[in-house]
Ligand binder design. Structure first.
Ligand code: ADP
Ligand code: MG
Length: 544
């Protein structure tokens, strides 16, 4: 590949800037170059006290002819004209990183392309042959030796190393096929084995989780106005099994790089709304593979923030896809990671998308209620096992989703009279939809009631609870909780069947609106293992 100097008019269009401000920034730039060179194995070695970073890869390498061009300002093999800026297929394109690094540190580049021997470049020295496998080794020594202030501005090494580990984890998720090693002072600090899919990477990064806690699915999104088919890849932790105390595992990748996008993050959070306990956050990795024409990377020098065309379209796609993953399907049971390519319905003019036939094959499972236990658990059977469903919270989920669709009040034949409401409580009940007016000194008349509370004995308590000032959504949760069947209530098989049938088609059947899990599954495959049914009969009977 030729490394050429960019024309001046291209240089002017690039959001240039000082990007090398830390060891992490050096690692980021070098790793991006390795990924652009199609490396499948990347080894990062750091000696923090020496301010030294080395990145070795098995990528395509740099030819001897172009080796000395690489560290010059604005030289790149990745773009050559203004038009190319609209179609960036690589992580790098500004031709600045190696140059900036060479101004701040001692830089050595050793590289070998196929069919040649290795060569090494070092500032002020001739290019010399060297022994090297195919690929590139870039060594950055004594970083910021000429600007001690920048060293001081960096956090302690421990923190910098943590940042670097996070950074590598993010690249690994975006490039699951790559094997990574991070060595700090010769000690292995991180090792990630290359796999086919991002969920396998996530399992290596978050050691405490199980494969069955995750769901991964790819959605292909046709965009008829383009030759390019977009893909939305989602890996998420099922909310009944996995959550975090901080929002540190909500990651969004766009074409190979994790970015910051408050808009897309809020789409993810809203998809998990009312599925997790209070103050818990989901584990989600969303990766958009989209036409480079829809991205402008020139928003920020680190490319961490971008401009994305049709942001609201992508927000919607993310929400719909997560919703789709949540529904209980055949896949939930078999836990097969079939990569179903689903197209999602959408009728915006530029994105004409049709639902494909195979959506239907996600058919809902047949759950046959067979008994009730302790007047609390519904026992249901399906072809692959048995589920225990807690009746109260399953019902709560159904009601909550009904209330989301319809928050309906009906008039009371007799107004309910209340005493001692504060002006704030009155105002709040009015906001929730109650028809409330003064009924004389310190008295208030309530003339309507949420439909579900209408004929309940505890209607008065419910109104006091709602007057406390929670927002509308919390009011819906409170009403759902209050009107859901209590545990301890005996139910007939057909009542339970009815409940289970309604519950399994809710948008999020996994958890109640407070985030508690609703069902426990005992799959035949695990029962088989538990009862050691795989043992040879003779052996377990002591007969050889
Ligand atoms: P950019 O990545 O924006 O092109 P850089 O300064 O990071 O600019 O790199 C300059 C050029 O050096 C790249 O365009 C690429 O051709 C070459 N290069 C750098 N690192 C590697 C690597 N690890 N493997 C192959 N080529 C590399
Ligand atoms: Mg680069």
């Amino acid at each position: 590949m030729r490394i050429n100097k960019l024309p001046l008019e291209v240089i002017k269009l690039i959001a240039a800037g000082e990007v090398i401000d830390s060891l992490t920034a050096v690692v980021k730039e070098l790793v991006e170059n390795s990924l652009d060179a199609q490396a499948k194995r990347i080894v990062i070695t750091i000696y923090p006290e020496l301010w030294m970073v080395q990145v070795a890869d098995n990528g395509t390498g740099i030819s001897a002819l172009h080796l000395s061009n690489a560290p010059l300002a604005h030289t790149t093999s990745k773009i050559s004209s203004c038009q190319d800026l609209n179609n960036i297929q690589t992580l790098g394109f500004r031709g600045e990183a190696l140059h900036s690094i060479s101004q701040l540190a001692e830089l050595t580049i050793a590289s070998r392309i196929k069919g040649d021997c290795g060569y090494q470049w070092h500032e002020n020295k001739n290019i010399t042959p060297c022994a090297l496998a195919e690929g590139t080794i870039i060594t950055v020594n004594n970083l910021f030796h000429n600007i001690p202030l920048r060293r001081q501005a960096n956090p302690p090494f421990k923190q910098q190393i943590k940042q670097i580990q996070i950074l590598i984890g993010e690249f690994a998720l975006c490039h699951p096929q790559v094997t990574w090693q991070l060595l700090i002072n010769d000690k292995l600090s991180l090792h990630i084995n290359g796999k086919n899919q991002a969920d396998h990477i996530l399992l290596q990064l978050l050691k405490s989780i199980n494969y069955t806690d995750l769901k991964a699915q790819k959605f292909s999104i046709n965009n008829f106005s383009e030759d390019h088919n977009s893909q939305l890849e989602i890996v998420l932790g099922l909310p009944d099994r996995l959550s975090r105390p901080r929002p540190d595992w909500v990651k969004i990748g766009v074409n190979g790089r994790v970015i910051k996008s408050p808009e897309l993050e809020s789409a993810i959070f809203s998809s998990f709304h009312r599925t997790l306990p209070r103050d818990r956050f989901p584990v989600v990795f969303v990766h958009l593979h989209i036409s480079p024409r829809h991205i402008d990377w020139n928003r920020h020098p680190t490319k961490r923030e971008i401009y994305l065309h049709n942001l609201d379209f992508w927000q919607q796609q993310i929400k719909e896809s997560i919703e789709q993953i949540f529904t209980i399907s055949e896949q939930t049971i078999s836990n097969q990671r079939v990569e179903k390519l689903l197209t999602v319905a959408e009728n915006k003019p530029i994105y004409q998308i049709e639902k494909k036939e195979n959506t239907a094959s996600l058919g809902l499972i047949e759950l046959k209620v067979i008994a009730q236990s302790r007047h609390t658990y519904i026992i249901a059977e399906h072809s692959e096992g048995i589920w225990l469903i807690e009746q109260h919270i399953a019902h709560e989920r159904i009601i909550y989703e009904q209330l989301l669709k319809q928050w309906e009040f009906i008039p009371l034949s007799q107004p309910q009279i209340f005493e001692h409401f504060s002006p704030r409580q009155v105002e709040h009940l009015d906001y929730l939809g109650f028809d409330i007016d003064s009924f004389g000194e310190g008295l208030w008349a309530l003339r309507n009631m949420p439909q579900l509370l209408h004929s309940r004995d505890d209607m008065t308590e419910a109104v006091w609870e709602l007057a406390r000032g929670a927002d509308l959504d919390s009011a819906k949760v409170a009403v759902a909780c209050r009107s859901a069947l209590r545990n301890g209530t005996p139910l007939t098989i057909s009542e339970m069947q009815n409940l289970v049938d309604q519950w399994k088609i809710t948008r999020n059947p996994h958890t109640c609106p407070h985030g508690r899990p609703i069902y426990l599954s005992l799959e035949e495959s695990s029962l088989y293992r538990f009862f050691r049914r795989h043992w040879v009969l003779g052996k377990s009977h002591g007969i050889n």
